[in-house]
Structures are given as C-alpha cells and as structure tokens.
Write a protein that binds this ligand. Structure first.
Ligand SMILES: [Fe+2]
Ligand SMILES: [Fe+2]
Length: 292
C-alpha cells in the first residue's frame, strides 16, 4: 500500500456520473498528407537547431505513443465503466494513426540526411527496458504526465498561428491534426489512472522528473545527436534564435508555462482547461486533410 495521499477524487460523484470525464467525442481520423514539400533539412526559418529539435520530437512519437497505448491498455481489465473503456479504445486508435503518420514524415527527414534509425533504436531500447523494470502503475503515471505535456503543446500548435506558419505546409498540417486529437483524448490516461491507481504522490514524482529532467534533457540530447550526425556547423546566432524561440516573449515555453504548471494543483483535471471550441474550429479548417 502506498503512503502517498490519493488524488482528490469524489468517488461518489464518479459512480453517479461515470468515470470518463472527456468533454469531447474522441474521433480517430485518417489523414493523407504528402510530405514531399519538406525539401530542406533546415526547414524551420533556416535554423538547424529548431529544425532538428522538431525532427527529434517527431522521431520520439512512434515508440512513445506505442508505450502510451500499452501502459494504458494494461489496466483495461480493471475498468468498470463502458464509456471509459470506449475512450481507451479510441485513444489507442488515434495514437496508432499518429505513429503511422510520424513514421512517414520521419522517412522524409531521413531522406534529407537525418539519422532517424539510430534515434528510433535508442528510444525503443529505453522503452523496452522501462517495460521490464517499471511497475504498471509507474508506467501509467509517466504516460499521464507525458499526455499532459502533449496536450499543452497541442494547445500551442492551435493558438500560435504565426509561429506555426514557419513550418512547411505538410508538417504544419500534421502537427495541427495531431494536436486536435491530443486535446480530444487528453483526459483518457488521467481518468484511467485515477480510477485504477489513484496515487497522487507517484504521479507528482513522475511529473517533476519528466518536466524538469527527462523531457528537456531528452530534447537537448536528441537535437545534439541529430545535428552532429548531419555534420552541420551550428553558430551562436542559431543558438540565440533557438533560445528566443523557446524562452522569448511568446516563445514556446513562455506561452504554455501556466498550462504546464496547472498539473500541480490539487484536484487538477485535464479538462479544467476547456479548449473544446478551439478544437471544433480547427476540425473545420483541417477537414480537407481528413479521409473518410
Ligand atoms: Fe499522439
Ligand atoms: Fe496522446
């Protein structure tokens, strides 16, 4: 038995209202995006650091999303609520299709010279070690945290039009489609965790470790690795631009930090930030990419 305090969950209310707190219909959609417009390895404002950072993130998605699915589905037999079970299945379908599309774009990055296979191999090895060594509860807690970070980045992708306009059109469409689905399913792993594990101490430890160490360090190392393998000479100007891109006024980190920190609040739920209208809006804009 854990000595950690439980999440603040009103079990009685849960049993009355159901365990799924999703505010949106989770709709797995297929998309067909042609990535051949990505012709330069420095596709983001001719900056190798920012470009490689996004390539590294894209390479991390297929193995990462496979882990999100496995760690959540590991609890399926303990879910007593039909709606939450359905959410888990739809979340899994969405994540599986994200992986498929990211594998396609990663092939395009590889054709430009990025060492995608080595980085992919590294992530897979790390995650299979984790599967052997970690408890199911810890794996799910890490997934909940990673899903929170993904949902916050998704919010950024749908609200920072100017920043997103610097991506090649296909990459921008991929991130925005991925973003709407990440927001749609943002509470699924969280709801499974509070129903099946309900250990706030474990969740907060995973949150601090991931947010302050694993995520920034992972991005730094993957960016560095990809740039080294490309043989690109990075200048101080490139580094300065990356710093401004992340931490400057309206920078990626600066503009999402309050959403990022919300997770620490007692009684937090992913749908405390209701971005359903934003998603509805983007569903219309991205409709031409959807295949039915
Ligand atoms: Fe995803
Ligand atoms: Fe997700």
């Amino acid at each position: 038995m854990s000595a950690n305090p439980p999440l603040v969950v009103d079990k009685e209310a849960d049993s009355l209202e159901g365990l799924s707190k999703s505010k949106m219909k989770i709709e797995p959609r297929k998309v067909g995006i042609d990535f051949s417009d990505i012709k330069s390895k420095t596709f983001y404002c001719d900056n190798p650091c920012i470009s490689a950072m996004w390539v590294g993130l894209s390479v991390s998605f297929p193995p990462g999303e496979a882990e999100f699915i496995k760690s959540t589905r590991a609890f399926e037999s303990r879910i007593t609520d039909d709606k939450l079970l359905e959410d888990v299945q739809k979340f899994s379908h969405q994540e599986a299709h994200h992986s498929l599309q990211h594998r396609l774009i990663n092939k395009q990055f590889q054709s430009l010279g990025y060492d995608v296979p080595s980085l992919d191999k590294f992530y897979k090895k790390e995650l299979s070690k984790r599967a052997e060594q970690w408890s199911a509860e810890k794996r799910l807690a890490r997934t909940v945290v990673a899903e929170h970070v993904t949902a916050v980045m998704a919010h950024y992708a749908l609200t920072q039009e100017e920043k997103m306009s610097h991506f090649p059109a296909s990459l921008k469409a991929l991130f925005q489609w991925h973003a709407i689905e990440e927001i749609e399913h943002k509470s699924v792993a969280f709801d499974v965790y509070r129903h099946c594990v309900d250990d706030r101490g474990l969740l907060m430890r995973e949150y601090y470790y991931f947010v302050f160490f694993e995520f920034p360090f992972g991005i730094y190392m993957s960016t560095r690795f990809l740039l080294k393998e490309l043989g690109i000479k990075v200048t101080w100007q490139h580094r300065k631009q990356l710093f401004a891109y992340l931490f400057g006024k309206a920078g990626l980190i600066s503009s999402v930090k309050s959403l990022y920190w919300m997770f620490k609040r007692k009684g937090f739920h992913p749908w405390d930030t209701d971005d359903s209208d934003l998603v509805e809006d983007w569903k219309q804009k991205l409709a031409p990419h959807f295949q039915h």
